[in-house]
Design a protein around this ligand. Structure first.
Ligand code: FRU
Length: 507
């Protein structure tokens, strides 16, 4: 990377518009820009922030460093959608303007009350001696997307925890009280979650205690982006711990995004899990997900995640001046005690022309002639629970992105091993899960993204890939399978908007 620390500390300004416009002109030509995934307008995107249904639309912000495809001074960028599938760029959502957030507006969550979307976030503050202190801050946008920040923190750093590692507030409301759940590292370098409460949103916050999770003392060395959401009569607790021990089929990514389904006791601040800690996504690239604020108690939650991970690098797009996507929005339900994650229903609307069709293993339509599409949706049924093989972006000699099910070994595998463009190989080139039966696959391919929903949302595996021009074939195998492939209708415009709306004057 050729950027100095000083360059990476740039805060965006209206006079940068032309520079960013030119960067966008360049990156929008990239083969790896997507057609139906939220992608950074310029520079680097990471965590989803402030995800909420507000003023008749879904609002999502993302952590954004505008000037290059690397982590730098964090801003929030704002996108909106009517249906969680078609997303529109709104522009800069929030930028560092206060002494408390002088080294970045870090991640946070949304809460809608009256005519405002409140945004609770971490002010990443750098002292003159270079040390970092994190404060919890609040801002709000009105129905015109005009942002106002409260100039003082709502939560000061908590004693007993490292000043630099207290962040990512998730605000929620239960039984007449507001709560904030956030991630922290204690002085013994253990990952913890902290709970605060208040009777009002913008003032009166007091520390309650750590959130105790029955059966666990701590989670790695740090917990980032905790999130909690009631689904029906159960609670879903999700968070991104750093430093979990690797297992054969779990926690293989640099950092993991995990969950528990269980019960929350707000009297004792105890979460009692119904089962073991599990990963939300079994692929290569998924982190810091959060559920959307919804005003009504619901039996469904909507999840967005960062299609990436801290400490990963994506050299192909970094050299083009950008990095990062969000995953597709997922609908979460709890069925028979299990978390099920399905692509949001509106994704059906992006399917365009059916270009491949096979029934019981017999091809009845093939307009692809083994040529892989840069963007498509694939659905597979495997009624006989037979072996299945799909090679996306393969060549005559190489396997491309490999998806395979071995019915005898009961393993489902994805592999990036054979692709030309490799990345983050220190964390392995394949991911495997034990799977008793492979019934269905729904695969969403979008230039540099592959999301696989297995058995109607029982497991999801998300992977970034960067196929070269030469890697453009598809191979499929599977006895008696039904397989359909559609082209897609683009749902996310790659347009350049930074300053039109949501401009932050730091009031
Ligand atoms: C997670 C994270 C958060 C932090 C943000 C900074 O990816 O490290 O803990 O708030 O990203 O961009």
């Amino acid at each position: 990377m050729q950027y100095t620390e000083q360059e990476l500390a740039r805060i965006v300004n209206e006079r940068d518009e032309e520079e960013l416009y030119e960067l966008h002109e360049k990156i929008k030509e990239s083969k790896y820009r997507c057609e139906y995934h939220i992608q950074t307008v310029t520079g680097l995107m990471n965590d989803p922030n402030g995800f909420s249904y507000f003023n008749g639309k879904w609002h999502l912000f993302y952590q954004w460093y505008p000037f290059a495809g690397y982590h730098g001074m964090k801003h929030w960028y704002h996108v909106v959608s009517d249906d969680l599938v078609h997303w529109k760029n709104i522009g800069l959502g929030m930028k560092p303007t206060l002494n408390y957030d002088n080294y970045g507006c870090f991640s946070g969550s949304g809460f809608v009350k009256n005519e405002f979307l409140y945004l609770v976030y971490t002010g990443n503050h750098k002292e003159e001696d270079g040390s970092i202190i994190q404060y919890q801050m609040i801002a709000a946008i009105d129905e015109e997307n005009h942002l106002t920040k409260l100039k003082r923190p709502i939560i000061q750093p908590q004693q007993g925890y490292i000043d630099e590692h207290q962040r990512d507030p998730k605000i929620f409301f239960e039984n007449g009280t507001y709560y904030i759940l956030m991630g922290a590292q204690n002085e013994e370098k253990q990952g913890k979650m902290l709970i605060y409460k208040s009777s009002q949103i913008a003032t009166g916050w007091t520390f309650v205690s750590e959130l105790k999770v029955k059966g666990y003392d701590s989670f790695g060395f740090m917990v980032e982006c905790p999130c909690i959401q009631k689904i029906g009569d159960k609670w879903l607790l999700l968070f991104s711990p750093q430093g979990l021990e690797k297992e054969e089929e779990a926690f293989l990514n640099a950092y993991s995004n995990v969950y528990f389904v269980g019960d929350l006791d707000l009297e004792t601040m105890t979460f009692t899990p119904d089962g073991p800690m599990k990963e939300l996504d079994k692929g290569f690239d998924f982190y810091a997900s959060q559920t959307a604020f919804q005003a009504e108690q619901n039996d469904k939650a909507i999840l967005e995640g960062w299609f990436g991970c801290s400490d990963y690098s994506y050299p192909v797009t970094e050299s083009e001046g950008w990095a990062g996507l969000q995953t597709l929005a997922r609908e979460l339900t709890i069925e028979d005690g299990k978390l099920i994650q399905r692509p949001v229903i509106a994704l059906e609307t992006i399917k365009d022309v059916l270009v491949f069709d096979a029934e019981n293993g017999v091809v009845t339509k093939d307009d692809m002639r083994r040529r892989m599409l840069d963007a498509c949706v694939i659905h597979l049924d495997n009624p006989g629970n037979n072996n299945v093989g799909l090679n996306l972006f393969a060549t005559d000699l190489k396997k491309g992105f490999e998806i395979s099910y071995d019915a005898r070994k009961k393993t489902f595998l994805i592999s990036r091993e054979a692709l030309v463009n490799q990345m983050n190989t220190d964390f392995g080139t394949e991911r495997k899960i034990t799977l008793d039966a492979l019934k269905t696959l729904d695969i969403f391919v979008d230039h540099s993204a592959v999301e696989i929903f297995i058995n109607d949302g029982e497991t999801v595996m998300s992977s970034r890939i960067f196929p070269t021009k030469e890697e453009h074939k598809i191979r499929m195998s599977g006895k008696d399978i039904n397989l359909k492939i559609w082209t897609i209708k683009p749902a996310v415009e790659d347009d350049f908007v930074v300053f039109e709306k949501g401009d932050d004057d730091g009031e």
